[in-house]
Design a protein around this ligand. Sequence first.
Ligand SMILES: [Zn+2]
Length: 194
Amino acid sequence: MSIIQCAACGAIVPHYDTVNTVSEGHGDRLLCTACFNREMAHHTGLDDFGEVKFKPVHLSDANGTVHEFHIRSLLFGDKLSLEAFDSTSEEEPSGYRFQIIGDPLSDQFVLLGKLIEKMRRLLAIAHVRDSDLGLQIVDETVRGRIEWDGFENSRRPCVVIDGRRVEWDELGRMLMPFEGWQFKLEVRDPSDEI
Ligand SMILES: [Zn+2]
C-alpha cells in the first residue's frame, strides 16, 4: 500500500485517502480527504459540514468471498459523495467500487446505510464465471466499470466486472458465444445504479 503526504496538513495517509486538486494560487496538490473536504466546505460556505471517519465495512459477494471496503466521503460543492472501494484494489484498476450521492448536511450514517444496501444488492449478482475456456458471461447482461489498462502510451481500456479486471481482448473473447446477436452499450455515471 503506498502512502502519501498531504500537501496541506502534512499527514501521511494511504493513497486511497487522497484527492488530486488543481487550484489557482496552489497549482497541483495532493490533499488528504479531510483537508480537501475542509477547503471545499470553506469555499462553498458549508461551515456546518462535519467530517465523519468511517470504519471499513466487510461484505461478501455472490460467491461468498468477503471483501473489505474502505469508505470515504468527499464534498463536491453542494453534494456529498460517499464511496466504498475494495481494499485490495487501491492502486490497480480492479475491485468493486460503489458510490452514492447525498446532501452534505444530512446524517452521513443514514447515507452510509443506503450505500451498504446498494452494495449488498449489487454484490449479490454474478455476471461472469470461470470455465474451462476461461471467463464466461453468465446471463445476457454484463455490468462493470471502464478503466484505463494502465500501460504507458496505451489508449485502451480494460473493464472491471464482479470486481475482477478483464482485459479488452478477453471481453471480446467472452462475447464470441453471442456472435450475430445484438447489443446495447450505455455508459452511466459512477453513482447510478445500473
Ligand atoms: Zn491534510
